[in-house]
Design a protein. Structure first.
Length: 488
């Protein structure tokens, strides 16, 4: 809660680290201003209440707006943290002094990644700061957040002690962060640490970092101690992420995987940094309705400022992501006119997608996994362009659409059509006459033989009612191609 700060004479590195502006987004959607918290960089209004979600006009908590005022262009090396009105305004002002651009995701904002309709989409930002969330992330938000990191974003996670639920919804920040870490739908249990459900208060000088560590020995100075005033610890899981490092430990612990106060890791192409107490971020000024303490520059002999800004700079300074790899599969490459094909995107490292479907409806799409209808027989190209900040790559495939209206006589030689696919219990096939008399086998994913036989008609049906849902593979004697059969 209150506590932690970094002592040091402020060394302003006013020049930006990057040729492109680094944009830092501070979250205000997760009740960060509920109770006695005021974890926003600036708020002109104090008219919000959390019951447990935001209700504007029915409360006196800070309602952080997207762009802080006065304009950040007016900040100089000598600007005080009181330039803005928020419990973490000093953090925001320090970011601007680094040459960064800062914004707030307001309470009404949406957490998305890759959405062209959301002006606050995380793809527009370099670092995302979430200081003690008190509302759980939805499944879609967790996926967006992890995709942001996997594609090169930096996430600063701040937690607080157990039983610190400020908006009375039954969840506190350790629970909320652990839910994100273990169940995000993209990389479950891949961050390399989890938060412990404890409540500790102490000053610790148990630092464990090599001389080159940029969190402890970073551009803002050396970190020598921290003060946790009602915070928590973390447990490292290096078998889940070998890059995870603990650099500050609880008094009595000097290394290892337990009792960690500050940790960081590389995840995908991005980075995650975490501390177990929100007190170090508190600069002591902000919402006049709250009781705030200066943990940022006063506690721990000023070390908190150095720690938090070293971590922020590390999160903001990452290598340019690799060019994405475009790839996809389709539910079927041979269909009858009037049927649909679902394309499953398996690209890596991309932030946006552009599909083109010759002969398909619709003819273009930016969805991740589109479903397309083909009405006219023919052979059609499918193109996917996967893009990120470093460039784009293209993957192509084809779909063969047959006229099945008058039966198999309209089909080309050596054609297998599955109707429908996926199916429930019975798989109906339309095959070329050239396959009559040929042997066939159907196997499951493990290679176990399910059925074998000989085709005796051009419209065979196969009963799958006794089989479990999943993928099966039809192999025809003398034919190299394997046909995938999908049972619901």
């Amino acid at each position: 809660m209150r506590g932690l700060i970094l002592s040091l004479l402020f060394v302003s590195i006013f020049q930006g680290v990057f040729s492109q502006t680094v944009k830092i987004l501070f979250d205000a959607t997760k009740a960060e201003t509920s109770g006695n918290a005021d974890w926003v960089i600036d708020a002109d209004l104090h008219n919000i209440g959390w019951y447990p979600t935001a209700v504007v006009g029915n409360g006196n908590d800070s309602n952080g707006q997207n762009i802080p005022t006065p304009a950040q262009s007016g900040i100089t090396a000598a600007t005080a943290e009181s330039f803005w009105n928020g419990g973490i305004s000093n953090w925001g002002v320090d970011c601007v002094k680094q040459g960064y651009h800062v914004e707030t995701l307001p309470a009404s904002g949406q957490i998305t990644y890759g959405s062209t309709s959301n002006v606050y989409d995380l793809s527009n930002y370099t670092v995302y700061v979430v200081d003690e969330p008190n509302i759980k992330f939805t499944a879609a938000e967790k996926t967006s957040l992890m995709n942001f990191v996997m594609n090169g974003g930096g996430l600063f996670m701040v937690a607080d002690h157990t039983i610190s639920d400020r908006n009375n919804d039954g969840f506190d920040s350790p629970d909320i962060w652990n839910d994100f870490i273990t169940n995000n739908g993209v990389l479950n249990n891949g961050v390399g640490f989890t938060f412990d459900l404890v409540d500790i208060s102490q000053t610790s000088t148990s630092i464990n970092a090599v001389a080159s560590d940029s969190i402890i020995h970073g551009p803002m100075g050396n970190v020598t101690q921290v003060l946790w005033a009602g915070g928590t610890t973390m447990t490292l899981h290096p078998t889940q992420n070998a890059s995870v490092k603990g650099v500050i430990y609880k008094t009595g612990t000097s290394s290892g995987n337990n009792n960690v106060l500050c940790a960081y890791a590389k995840v995908g192409q991005g980075k995650i940094g975490a501390i177990g107490d929100s007190s170090p971020t508190d600069d002591g000024t902000g919402d006049p309705n709250d009781i705030l303490y200066n943990g940022y520059t006063q506690d721990a002999s000023g070390n908190h400022r150095r720690l938090i800004m070293n971590m922020t700079i590390w999160l903001a300074s990452h290598a340019t992501p690799s060019v994405p790899v475009s790839n996809f599969t389709s539910s079927n490459s041979t269909i009858c006119a009037g049927q649909n094909v679902t394309f499953t995107n398996s690209s890596t490292g991309a932030t946006s997608y552009s599909w083109t479907f010759a002969g398909g409806t619709p003819a273009t799409s930016t969805a991740t996994n589109p479903t397309i209808t083909y009405l006219t027989p023919g052979n059609y190209n499918v193109t996917l362009v996967a893009t990120n900040a470093s460039g784009s790559t293209t993957h192509n495939s084809t779909v063969q659409v047959n006229d099945c209206s008058s039966g198999i006589t309209e089909l080309k030689v050596n054609v297998v059509v599955v109707q429908p696919n996926p199916f429930a219990d019975v798989c109906s096939l339309i095959i070329s006459e050239s396959f009559i008399g040929k042997q066939f086998t159907i196997e499951d994913q493990s290679g176990k033989l399910f059925i074998q036989g000989v085709f005796t008609s051009v419209n065979p049906s196969i009963d799958f009612s006794s089989q479990t849902s999943g993928e099966y593979y039809l192999r025809i004697d003398g034919m190299e191609r394997v046909t995938k059969l999908l049972k619901h």
